[in-house]
Design a protein around this ligand. Structure first.
Ligand SMILES: Cc1cc2nc3c(=O)[nH]c(=O)nc-3n(C[C@H](O)[C@H](O)[C@H](O)COP(=O)(O)OP(=O)(O)OC[C@H]3O[C@@H](n4cnc5c(N)ncnc54)[C@H](O)[C@@H]3O)c2cc1C
Length: 276
């Protein structure tokens, strides 16, 4: 199928893009890498009157430090992260996760901001960035605001974006070298979207853990009180409470026991990696 006809603008500055977005009163769509929007247009799942292409905006491809955080421009591609074109403040997590997204052709064009803006529950950045405690920076013609990734994702393909707003950057806290991270996902074939995904962050210095279970039909499950380990972060694999994980999945609406079993097994793999 082919996309319905639409007007196309390629603004040369962020302020011009925000102006176009404001003037369109909800009839425009942002396009970054086009890796998710392209298929949606072709299937006519979305039929915007105007596409605003932000891929060429240098302002959205910058990487800056702000205190202890790294501010990663929304239009940095998965390949930019995979190839290490930004400072490694995550002990290699960003490179590794980026390299596991789809195929190189998708990674060359798909962007970190587009991935969050699209908010597919199975997207690697949705789960990973929530686990890393990252934030999202949003801008509109009216101003700018920051949200935690976990506040930004409202559900499958649903975000906190207001009309006229776009994602300009990701705010990533720099991780101390003592931090441990585990990540696992189950895909039917290499390069395909995952049907189960989990990320585990352990911060021994702060005696703190954060676990995210992704690739479910709603917002990712975030557990940051160590309850899945009985309240402590020692002996992670032995203490892992599979029944509690199963219960959380059930509460989140994963009704099929086989699907829950896969999610719990994937989480166990991520925990084993963080514990190693
Ligand atoms: C074959 C295939 C396999 C894939 N497999 C995976 C996978 O395994 N894991 C994974 O994580 N992803 C996967 N993807 C998705 C891919 O990672 C995309 O890069 C990503 O979902 C969207 O990024 P994009 O820059 O292409 O956004 P686009 O397609 O341009 O836009 C997607 C949506 O986000 C909005 N948007 C884009 N940028 C912004 C912004 N800055 N602010 C606000 N809204 C914005 C658009 O309006 C649109 O609604 C796959 C895609 C394909 C085609």
């Amino acid at each position: 199928m082919k996309a319905a006809s639409f007007a196309y603008e390629r603004p040369d500055s962020l302020s011009a893009a925000l102006g176009l977005l404001a003037d369109a009163h909800g009839a425009a769509r942002i396009m970054a890498g086009g890796q998710s929007l392209g298929p949606m247009l072709n299937l006519r799942l979305v039929q915007p009157q105007l596409i605003i292409d932000i891929a060429g905006l240098a302002e959205l491809r910058t990487v800056d430090r702000e205190g202890d955080d790294l501010i990663i421009g929304a239009c940095l591609t998965h390949a930019d992260l995979e190839d290490g074109r930004i400072p490694d403040v995550s002990n290699g997590v960003l490179r590794r996760v980026a390299g596991g997204i789809a195929y190189r052709a998708v990674r060359n064009r798909g962007t970190i901001g587009g991935s969050l803006g699209h908010a597919d529950p199975a997207a690697d950045w949705v789960t990973t960035l929530a686990a890393l405690g990252a934030g999202v920076r949003l801008a509109s013609a009216a101003g700018r605001r920051d949200l935690a990734v976990s506040e930004f994702i409202h559900g499958a393909l649903q975000t906190a974006l207001r009309p006229g707003e776009l994602v300009t950057a990701i705010r990533l806290p720099c991780l101390p070298p003592t931090t441990r991270f585990g990540y696992a996902k189950a895909c039917r074939k290499p390069g395909e979207f995952a049907h189960a995904m989990a990320a585990v962050l352990i911060e021994p210095d702060k005696a703190r853990s954060r676990i995210v279970i992704g690739a479910i039909d709603t917002t990712p499950i975030v557990v940051d009180d160590s309850s899945l380990f009985g309240g402590a972060i020692t002996n992670l694999t032995k203490q892992f409470d599979r029944d509690l994980a199963d219960h959380l999945l059930m509460q989140a609406g994963v009704a099929d026991p086989a699907a829950r079993h896969i999610h719990v097994s994937v989480l166990a793999r991520a925990i084993a990696e963080a514990a190693a």
